[in-house]
Design a protein. Structure first.
Length: 294
């Protein structure tokens, strides 16, 4: 959600002190090796990149991504729902790693290319403008708010006033990785944030279970998953069938091991809840800097 007017004014002053302007076109997030380019009129970029960077804040998915890459030294790093690329650009990569960033919103691709081209591993980073689904198919509607790009989704019932519609080519992750000739057998660091399409993505990612080592973080909104036709319980149990599953803690390197859907849902006081889940093949795949809590 956008900050209040008073808070925005204070954050604008802090941003001016940090960047020389309250509306920069790019910033280097704390700890990142290179800048992230973005539309300065995008409220989501202002909040998540400018304001957070001015306050030295880094999101939990970015922290996990960095730590998982450093720990696993992955063959493949896969950022699905890249937005402006703040996650895949957040760290350096070992020689031979392939980084694939997938984003459905075509208006973000010029900014993503600027972000990619400024990164030290630019030659190993591949950008894909595709709507990730469960099968390869014809283009389908994708809805987004130009003034707040973080809420873009292919789930029609999530469309709000101010959203525009564009047609985006669809494909499964299995199809995209095959097209890119990516070997799906070694180690994988994964981030998924696609506004309710996470369950549909999993249906088209059978090769996920081929990886010997996996450390992944996925957005999990029970409401958005339900509206996409993939109930949260169904998605959770699909993950638990093949992986260890953990819940995250806001702004902390803490994980809680989950044993059942009831265990996850019972942590919230409402039927519709939102969190980030972590999956791994084994405890050894988790970054050692992250601690387990009861």
């Amino acid at each position: 959600m956008p900050p209040t007017s008073m808070k925005s004014a204070l954050l604008d002053i802090l941003s001016w002190m940090r960047f020389g302007t309250s509306r920069p076109c790019s910033v280097i997030p704390p700890g990142s090796p290179s800048p992230v380019a973005f539309n300065p009129n995008d409220g989501r970029a202002l909040k998540k990149l400018v304001y957070d960077s001015a306050r030295n804040r880094v999101s939990i998915p970015m922290v996990f991504w960095r730590d998982a890459v450093a720990h696993l030294q992955p063959h493949l790093a896969l950022d699905v729902g890249a937005n402006y690329g703040e996650c895949f650009s957040a760290c350096n990569y070992p020689p031979g790693s392939k980084v694939v960033a997938i984003e459905a919103n075509p208006t973000l691709m010029p900014f993503l290319e600027k972000t990619r081209s400024a990164h030290p591993a630019r030659d190993n980073i591949i950008l894909v403008n595709r709507l990730v689904s469960d099968v390869k198919g014809k283009a389908q509607p994708f809805y987004f708010d130009p003034a707040w790009t973080g809420g873009g989704s292919a789930v029609g019932s999530l469309r709000k006033i101010g959203h525009v519609c564009t047609e985006v080519a669809t494909d499964s992750l299995d199809g995209i990785l095959e097209e890119l000739s990516v070997v799906t057998s070694d180690s994988l660091v994964l981030k998924v944030d696609i506004e309710g399409y996470e369950g549909i993505l999993l249906r088209g990612f059978s090769t996920l279970t081929n990886f010997q080592r996996v450390a992944g973080i996925l957005e999990f909104s029970s409401e958005m998953l339900e509206k996409a036709g993939t109930p949260g319980r169904q998605v959770y149990e699909q993950l638990q069938k093949n992986f260890l599953v953990f819940n995250t803690t806001k702004r902390k390197r803490e994980l809680r091991r989950l044993t059942s859907w009831e265990d996850l849902a019972g942590q919230f006081h409402r039927a519709d809840f939102h969190t980030d889940l972590v999956i791994s093949r084994s405890m050894a795949d988790l970054p050692p800097s992250w601690t387990l809590r009861d």
